[in-house]
Design a protein around this ligand. Structure first.
Ligand SMILES: Cc1ncc(COP(=O)(O)O)c(C=O)c1O
Length: 384
C-alpha cells in the first residue's frame, strides 16, 4: 500500500515507529536459532519492566488481545465459579461472554454509557457472594472510560483477599499508569497493536505467582489446549533461560518488532511514557472541548489518556465528517458501542503518536484535519 498511507489515528492498530517496522523485515529465522532465543528471552524480561511486575510471569503468544481473555478464563476459572465484571462498555460485555464460554457464573456491575460504577457499587457487588475473579477493563475502547484499578484492587484486597484480580489492559498497557506488582494485580492483559506500538498479532499478559498457583491447583484440567498455562509456562521459562523450546511456533518477526518497541519504552522510562500520554490526551481533549465538542466520558477524570471518544456536533453527519477527516490524510474511528455508535467517533493517541509529537506532529495533523472537517456546512437535522 505504499503511497496510500493515511495517518492511522484509531485506537489500535496505531502508527509504528520505523525501527519497529524494520525489525519486522527480518529474513526467515528459525524459532530456535540462538539470535532469536536471545531476543525472545530479552522480550520476556522487558515485559516485566513495562508492566512493573518484577516477579510476574510474562506470556507472549501468537494471537490478539481476545486470546488473553480466553487464557485467563480457561486457566483461572472452573465451571460454576463466580466472576465479577466491572463493565464500562462492550469490551466488558464481550469479556463476560468469553468467561461464560468456560462455565463461569458471570455478574456484571454496570454504569450508564460514558460513566463508570462507583467504588461503593463495586464493593457492594463483590461482597454479595464469593468471587473467584474480578475483571476490570482499564480503558474500555468503546466508551474511552478509564477505571481506577488502583483503588479497586486496594478495596478487593481488603474485602475479599482471595479474589483474583484481572485487568484488561489492551487499551492501556504502556500508556496508562499500571504498577502490577505494587497494586497486587494477578493478571494484566494486552495486545501488540496499541500502546506497545507493534503490528497486531501478539497476545501479551503478565501473571502473578499467586494466579499461577491457583491454575496449577485446579480440580479439572483447563478446557483449552493452545491456551493452557501448563503448556506455555515451560516455554516462556526456557526462552528466558536462553534455551531452545517448542510448543507452538512463535511469531518470530512480531516478537523481533515487539522487542524493539519494548526496548524503546523501557529506555525512555515508564514514568515518562505515562506522562507523555497524559499530555497528548490533554492536548487533544482541550482542543475538542474548545471547539464545543462533548466527550463521551461524563467527566475528564474518568476519560482515558489513550484515546478520545467525542460526540458529533449537532447538524453534522458522522460518516461525512469521518470522510472529510480521511480526505485530509487522517483516519479516525467511528463509534463502537452498539447502542450509541452513530453518535460519536474516536481518536487514538498512543505510542509514537503520543510521545513523539515534537518530531512527527501526529496530534497537530489530526487536530487540524478534524478542525477543517468541522467547518463543512452543517446539516439542519439536529438529531445526530
Ligand atoms: C479494551 C479491549 N479489550 C480487548 C480487546 C480485544 O483485543 P483484540 O482486538 O486484539 O483481540 C480490545 C480491542 O480493541 C480492547 O480495546
Amino acid at each position: 500500500m505504499p503511497g496510500s498511507h493515511k495517518l492511522c489515528m484509531i485506537p489500535g492498530p496505531v502508527e509504528f515507529d520505523e525501527a519497529v517496522l524494520a525489525a519486522m523485515a527480518a529474513p526467515a529465522t528459525s524459532h530456535v536459532s540462538p539470535n532469536f532465543i536471545e531476543t525472545f528471552g530479552s522480550t520476556i524480561e522487558l515485559c516485566r519492566k513495562v508492566f512493573l511486575a518484577p516477579n510476574g510471569q510474562p506470556f507472549i503468544i501468537a494471537g490478539s488481545g481476545t486470546l488473553t481473555w480466553d487464557i485467563t478464563a480457561a486457566n483461572l476459572v472452573e465451571p460454576g465459579e463466580n466472576v465479577l465484571v466491572v463493565n464500562t462498555g462492550v469490551f466488558g460485555d464481550w469479556f463476560g461472554e468469553c468467561l461464560g464460554v468456560y462455565g463461569a457464573n458471570v455478574t456484571h456491575v454496570r454504569a450508564p454509557f460514558g460513566a463508570r460504577p462507583s467504588l461503593e457499587e463495586i464493593e457492594k457487588a463483590l461482597t454479595a457472594k464469593k468471587y473467584k475473579l474480578i475483571t476490570v477493563t482499564h480503558v474500555d475502547t468503546s466508551t474511552s472510560v478509564f477505571v481506577d484499578i488502583k483503588s479497586i484492587a486496594k478495596m478487593v484486597k481488603e474485602k475479599s483477599p482471595d479474589t483474583l484480580i484481572a485487568l484488561d489492559g489492551v487499551c492501556s498497557v504502556g500508556a496508562e499508569e499500571i504498577r502490577q506488582e505494587e497494586w497486587g494485580l494477578d493478571v494484566v492483559m494486552t495486545a501488540s497493536q496499541k500502546a506497545l506500538g507493534t503490528p497486531p498479532g501478539l497476545a501479551i499478559m503478565v501473571v502473578s505467582q499467586r494466579a499461577l498457583e491457583v491454575a496449577a491447583n485446579r480440580k479439572a484440567e483447563p478446557r483449552t489446549y493452545f491456551g493452557s498455562f501448563k503448556k506455555w509456562l515451560p516455554i516462556m521459562k526456557q526462552y528466558e533461560a536462553r534455551k531452545p523450546s517448542y510448543f507452538a511456533t512463535p511469531s518470530v518477526q512480531l516478537i523481533l518488532a515487539l522487542h524493539t518497541s519494548l526496548k524503546q519504552l523501557v529506555d525512555q522510562g515508564m514514568e515518562t511514557r505515562f506522562a507523555k500520554h497524559r499530555e497528548a490526551s490533554k492536548k487533544v481533549k482541550d482542543a475538542l472541548e474548545k471547539w464545543g465538542l462533548k466527550l463521551v466520558p461524563h467527566s475528564r477524570d474518568i476519560a482515558a489518556n489513550t484515546l478520545s471518544a467525542v460526540y458529533y456536533p449537532d447538524g453534522i453527519k458522522g460518516p461525512e465528517l469521518l470522510q472529510k477527516i480521511g480526505a485530509a490524510g487522517v483516519v479516525v474511528a467511528g463509534g463502537l458501542h452498539p447502542e450509541h455508535a452513530a453518535k460519536y467517533f474516536r481518536i487514538g493517541h498512543m505510542n509514537v503518536s503520543a510521545v513523539n509529537e515534537a518530531e512527527n506532529g501526529h496530534l497537530d495533523k489530526t487536530l487540524h484535519a478534524i478542525e477543517s472537517a468541522l467547518k463543512v456546512k452543517r446539516h439542519p437535522s439536529p438529531s445526530l
